[in-house]
Design a protein around this ligand. Structure first.
Ligand SMILES: Cc1cc2nc3c(=O)[nH]c(=O)nc-3n(C[C@H](O)[C@H](O)[C@H](O)COP(=O)(O)OP(=O)(O)OC[C@H]3O[C@@H](n4cnc5c(N)ncnc54)[C@H](O)[C@@H]3O)c2cc1C
Length: 574
């Protein structure tokens, strides 16, 4: 792998735009073919130590390693956020969001992919499982040694996945929370990546041996000696070059760190892997997008496609429960600093379906809700206040009411993630200046069934305080200061309806803005419709959100996408 200074007119066989969860994999796999010269262009630089250490990701927010986007909510939605907007973090470095994400490894439910394959043949569970196994190096012995689930995992891939042993205090917290879930009727499973997704467990993580396993670490670092892979950092692609008569992509325009703008060319293909926000932006700036959007900005239209539409994101409703009172619980906060090579807090996850009459026909065969529980000992209130304000962009009153609960008590921050929203948002360009941030309309709750489902999830979760541990310690649900809901009688259906709309926020999983399949932007081989020599390979091609976090599915897309490209050039795969 050579880190090169590009010059105007350089030519490669493949140009990959964006070295994130998918792009780094595509470039690494394509360069396995010696005769192909592959260029990987990344707008950011190397990941810093805070990315490499598994526990310090939170301090990457609002730094140069992030695009620091703002995402807008519709009027009347998200009132508890400052100016109704959400901080939409996106990694800007080698590895992209795999270098700054929260490291949860979740593959999704088999039905997710069987649903994809209805619009994009070949993406069914059986086909994608092969690629999950290709990418992963599972080090979690509990699942490898379990005869009922070992067939689902592999130990031969580049991405290290683990579930390390933790200190006794963290283990006790896990037991308390998981036991409480069980009392609420949720099944304890060995792993939610196993044969049964419905259930609760400790999550698996994309780190091992004290290092994050981003795609920069897992795929690019080992390729230092590969002579046909060229990587240029701080190279921001501002346009895909497409011949207007033949509709063929022949290169890209790049702004280098020095500010110089150059053109580089391709003999075969441009592959855009800039993520669900920047990929649609780049396509629109290059003349591919909805007619009305291109016309509005006077961009010559090369293909009229629904680029930026179909944006889907996992929003979650946070609930805060207090637990034990007293400073002895603060010991957990001290232990965090002694375990920087592991996950910073005890965390539990799980998936469940709701049982209300209208719920049954929603997301059939898949969980409705993913639950995350993060536990903090007493006295981290200033940290809670800081995180609440800077990371989620909640307003002062909301965050004060949240952090106050943690002054004397331990707290459980419970996130109820709506896995399969029916609402859709849109990524738009703000102007024709490629340096302007795009407009990100999240579109949460445009479909009212999403609110109703989230309210059902809140109602279900209120049983937490009825479980034995929380009864014993007098645990309670914290009444937060939720903007717009103050006048509504507490704990009524109307109150929770308002609460969900006002306080739901993003778990940072935007997908679908260049969806594959009929009526989408790319076909099932990820080729952009109506344009030659151009593919999209990243989270934006997902036609529907998966049941769980989106890094693992995106890496799977990178692996499968690379094989499809090889196949299309008659290279034998598998
Ligand atoms: C803070 C955070 C926490 C998350 N937590 C989790 C989690 O715990 N588990 C999980 O599974 N998922 C998580 N996710 C989501 C998951 O990481 C993403 O869905 C996934 O990484 C997306 O991969 P991608 O390849 O589509 O895009 P990215 O990984 O974002 O890659 C895009 C790359 O392209 C580069 N780029 C963009 N524009 C240009 C341009 N014009 N020119 C050149 N380069 C460009 C970017 O800098 C970036 O490196 C989280 C995301 C964030 C931000």
């Amino acid at each position: 792998m050579k880190r090169i200074s590009l010059i105007d007119g350089d030519t490669f066989d493949f140009i990959v735009v964006g070295a994130g969860s998918a792009g780094a994999i595509v470039a690494a796999r394509l360069s396995e073919i010696n005769k192909w010269k592959v260029l990987l262009l990344e707008a950011g630089g190397d990941p810093p130590p805070a990315s490499v250490l598994p526990s310090t990701f939170a301090i990457l927010a609002h730094t140069e390693y992030d695009w620091n986007y703002k995402a807008d909510l519709d009027n009347g939605t998200g009132q508890s956020h400052v100016e109704g907007s959400i901080y939409m973090s996106r990694g800007k470095m080698l590895g992209g969001c795999s270098s700054n994400n929260y490291e949860i490894y979740a593959r999704g439910a088999p039905q997710d992919f069987d649903d994809w394959s209805k619009v994009a043949p070949g993406w069914d569970w059986k086909s994608v499982l092969y690629y999950y196994k290709k990418l992963e190096n599972m080090t979690d012995r509990t699942v490898l040694e379990d005869p009922n689930s070992s067939y689902l995992y592999s130990t031969r891939g580049p991405v290290a996945v683990s579930r390390p042993k933790q200190n006794q205090y963290f283990e006790n917290v896990d037991e308390t929370v998981l036991n409480s879930y069980e009392e609420m009727g949720l099944k304890r499973v060995l792993s939610t990546n196993g044969p049964e997704i419905l259930g609760v467990s400790r999550p698996q993580f994309t780190f091992a041996n004290g290092r994050r396993s981003s795609t920069a670490e897992a795929y690019l670092r080992p390729l230092r000696d590969r002579r046909n892979l060229f990587v240029t950092k701080y190279a921001r692609v501002i346009k895909v070059l497409i011949k207007s008569n033949t509709r063929k992509a022949y290169g890209v325009q790049v702004q280098l760190k020095s500010g110089e703008i150059i053109n580089v060319f391709t003999n075969l293909e441009v592959i855009v892997s800039a993520g669900s926000i920047d990929t649609p932006k780049l396509l629109m700036l290059s003349g591919i997008g909805p007619k009305e959007m291109l016309q509005k900005h006077n961009i010559k239209m090369l293909a009229d496609l629904p680029v930026g539409k179909n944006l889907q994101d996992h929003n979650f409703t946070p609930l805060i429960f207090t637990g034990q009172k007293g400073f002895q619980t603060a010991i957990q906060n001290v232990l965090i600093t002694t375990e920087l090579d592991s996950y910073p807090t005890p965390i539990q996850t799980g998936f469940f379906r709701l049982n209300c009459s209208f719920c049954r026909n929603i997301a059939v065969g898949k969980p409705h809700i993913q639950i995350f529980n993060i536990h903090a000992g007493a006295t981290v209130a200033p940290g809670v206040l800081f995180g609440c304000r800077t990371i989620t962009n909640y307003n002062r009153n909301y965050c004060l009411s949240f952090s106050k609960a943690n002054v004397l008590n331990e707290i459980d921050v419970t996130s109820l993630v709506l896995l399969h929203p029916l609402s859709r948002g849109q990524v738009k360009i703000r102007s024709t200046n490629p340096l302007d941030d795009p407009i990100i309309e999240l579109g949460y709750f445009r479909n009212k069934q999403d609110v109703m489902l989230a309210v059902e999830a809140v109602k279900f979760m209120m049983q937490f305080t009825e479980t034995s541990y929380y009864k014993k310690v007098g645990g309670r649900l914290v009444k937060l200061d939720v903007e717009g809901c103050q006048g509504i009688p507490y704990n009524t259906y109307e109150y929770w309806y308002c609460y969900v709309i006002s306080s739901a926020t993003s778990i940072l999983h935007p997908v679908g803005s260049c969806a594959m399949g009929r009526n989408g932007v790319v076909d099932e081989r990820l080729k952009v419709y109506d344009i030659d020599g151009l593919r999209v390979v990243d989270a934006s091609v997902m036609p529907l959100l998966t049941s769980g976090n989106t890094n693992a599915p995106t890496m799977m897309i990178g692996e499968k996408g690379a094989d499809m490209i090889k196949e299309d050039y008659k290279i034998r795969v598998k």
